[in-house]
Design a protein around this ligand. Structure first.
Ligand SMILES: C[S@@+](CC[C@H](N)C(=O)[O-])C[C@H]1O[C@@H](n2cnc3c(N)ncnc32)[C@H](O)[C@@H]1O
Length: 283
């Protein structure tokens, strides 16, 4: 829990509203790298025709939309996110795919606006660790699941496993242009310890808790393409880089690129490694 949860929630919602356009634009790149994560999560909730499935913090909605196909006929996906603009992005993606068994709602994952025992499965890819009170969100998740219903979530492992995200921040901190991230606060790496995920799931009352790891690869034509994607996805990075003088921006890239050089191939293309926890449990 943060020191100022309400202040954090306000700032976070505003930040994600502003991030939505970038997430919609980069959706194909993100999903190409994370397809395997989505597949693991969807399989873990075992969707069946007729099921009601809730996706929390859905962003542009890809993971839930995979499940929507499997719960037809008769089943409904409830695709939700705390940011209205993200819900709009998911709605647009569903229309593009022609998926019709979906309801969309702006909804905070800490206050799930659904009746008790209402859904068969809950999906949350890279959401819970960003919340002011993930324990509350997991208790809410269990409340809206029917007994025996399944939750599946993904959360990044250690920053060192994910240089595509951690190296720019580390270099900004080294240059004095950003504060060191506080591991106790909500954030991308707040669930880096497997034990935290397991503990939170058990404390929320879940059983049959399973936590695995998946390796992913992020592929780009070159490091410039990776950099542009990162700036599109991360408002924090965009703000920090935007505050730098042009010479400092060059200095930043000059510091970052050598740290990623081992992942650059002879033709300039890049294959950056990443690692995530994936977890599932029963209500
Ligand atoms: C890292 S993105 C992940 C998006 C998507 N699940 C994916 O894997 O591509 C995190 C998402 O969490 C959403 N989010 C952040 N705080 C939230 C909250 N309190 N309640 C619901 N959604 C939230 C953001 O708007 C954003 O769409």
């Amino acid at each position: 829990m943060t020191d100022d949860p309400d202040g954090f929630r306000r700032e976070s919602r505003d930040r994600w509203e502003r991030a939505a356009a970038g997430w919609a634009a980069q959706r194909p790149v993100v999903q190409a790298a994370l397809q395997g994560v989505s597949a693991w999560l969807v399989e873990a909730i075992d969707p069946q025709p007729g099921h009601r499935v809730l996706e929390l913090a859905a962003g542009p909605g890809d993971t839930g939309l995979l499940a929507a196909e499997l719960i037809a006929p008769g089943g409904t996906l409830i695709s939700t996110d705390g940011a209205e603009a993200m819900v709009d992005a998911a709605r647009a993606r569903a229309a593009e795919l022609g998926v019709e068994n979906v309801e969309f709602a702006a909804m905070d994952a800490e206050w799930i606006d659904l009746p008790t025992a209402d859904v068969d499965g809950v999906l949350c890819r890279f959401g819970y660790m960003l919340l002011a009170d993930p324990a509350a969100a997991l208790r809410e998740t269990r409340r809206v699941l029917r007994p025996g219903g399944r939750v599946a979530l993904a959360a990044w492992t250690d920053p060192a496993d994910n240089p595509w995200a951690s190296v720019p921040m580390a270099e900004l901190v080294r240059m004095g242009a950003a504060d060191p991230p506080d591991p106790a606060q909500p954030g991308m790496f707040a669930f880096r310890d497997r034990a935290r995920i397991e503990g939170l799931l058990r404390e929320a009352g879940f059983t049959e808790v399973q936590v695995d790891q998946l390796d992913i690869t992020l592929r780009y034509d070159d490091l410039d393409a990776w950099w542009d994607t990162q700036l599109d996805l991360s408002t924090g990075l965009r703000t920090a880089v935007g505050a730098l003088a042009p010479a400092q921006r060059d200095e930043l890239r000059d510091a970052i690129d050598p740290r990623l050089a081992e992942h650059v191939r002879d033709d300039g293309s890049v294959a950056l490694p990443g690692r995530t926890h994936v977890a599932a449990a029963s209500a």
